[in-house]
Ligand binder design. Structure first.
Ligand code: GLU
Ligand code: ZN
Length: 316
């Protein structure tokens, strides 16, 4: 018999959770609960300049409102700096990372290849010859730590997308694992947390596909077994762009205040994933036996005002 999986919900308190986050959390939670596994909750609050006060508490309330639960006290990334520092030290000792003093504009200027706007140019390896001990002799300059990419980037077998490859040599290149003093990067923190938490199933939005090979490299470098990954389509507005303020207020806290019931929103989400044939109010726990990967569409969910209205109308 298979060992029950461990999954996680990992909200970032950099803003409010919206309908898109709710859909991803629901899928992640159901996948693990249906298999009789454990769910962890982690507050990803290391991106300090962007973290909003109260957003973590709000995310917890949003998840509770949806009827999603977890099995252990929440893990809060800002309390775990020592663990991330430990992992960095191991990467340094193995000479898998090097200190980089380039600023963002240095990188832009030195990069010759055209790059996708969101990804930025591949790092031109200006500092690649440094050894990790050189960090002590940088004349007090601010520096980050970059991971030296190997020639071959790992492929992975995504549970939802199938075989997936990302050309990291074009997309950022040697990636940042540590941003500046006391500031671990997401890529390292998430690997430390998932590995130490015993996470075996990562379900998240497909905007994070490019992170996965980076994280696989870190699992390998740190000698840990990686989880299985599944990346699911995001929710977009009628213009096809990722759900944002311009699409109106789809924050869960606002919808709740406007009187939307969690069961109505869950009805919309479950219907959009093909688990129920007709939109109807449904509780999260009722969906556990109905969850299936196969019926989830491979394209983003387009959230129109009419669709939200139909969820509201389920209540009357
Ligand atoms: N904190 C990220 C988010 O809210 C998720 C990161 C992850 O699942 O690895 O989008
Ligand atoms: Zn550099």
């Amino acid at each position: 018999m298979d060992i029950p999986p461990t999954g996680r919900l990992a909200p970032s308190p950099t803003g409010a959770q919206h309908v898109g986050n709710a859909r991803t959390f629901l899928i992640a939670w159901l996948a693990v609960r249906q298999a009789g596994g454990q769910v962890l909750l982690r507050i990803e609050d290391i991106d300090s300049p962007r973290v909003k006060p109260d957003a973590a508490q709000q995310a917890i309330e949003d998840l509770r409102w949806l009827g999603l639960d977890w099995d252990e006290a929440p893990v809060v990334q800002t309390n775990r700096l020592a663990l991330y520092e430990n992992a960095l030290a191991r990467l340094r000792e193995a000479e898998l990372v090097y200190p980089c003093t380039c600023t963002r504009s240095d990188v832009e200027r030195a990069a010759s290849a055209p790059h996708a706007e969101h990804a930025g140019p591949a790092y031109p390896r200006t500092c690649v010859a440094r050894r990790s001990a050189d960090a002590a002799n940088l004349d007090g300059k601010v520096f980050s730590w970059r991971f030296r990419l190997p020639v071959t980037i790992p492929e992975f077998d995504d549970r939802f997308l199938g075989k997936t490859t990302v050309d990291l040599h074009r997309d950022e290149g040697d990636f940042v694992v540590w941003k500046s003093a006391h500031a671990p990067a997401y890529q390292l923190a998430v690997v430390v947390d998932d590995a130490l938490g015993g996470v075996t199933e990562v379900v998240r939005g497909d905007d994070l596909v490019p992170s996965t090979p980076r994280q696989l490299l870190l699992y390998d470098a740190l000698g840990w077994t990686p989880p299985r990954f599944a990346h699911v389509p995001l929710v977009v507005g009628p213009d096809g762009r990722r759900l944002a303020k311009r699409h109106g207020d789809t924050r869960l806290a606002t919808l709740r205040r406007q009187g939307l019931k969690a069961e109505s929103l869950l009805g919309l989400l479950a219907w959009s994933c093909g688990w129920i044939a007709r939109m109807r109010p449904v509780a999260a726990c009722e969906l556990i036996p109905l969850f299936r990967w196969e019926t989830i569409p491979h394209h983003p969910l387009v959230l129109t005002p009419e669709l939200l209205d139909s969820a509201l109308r389920l209540q009357v």
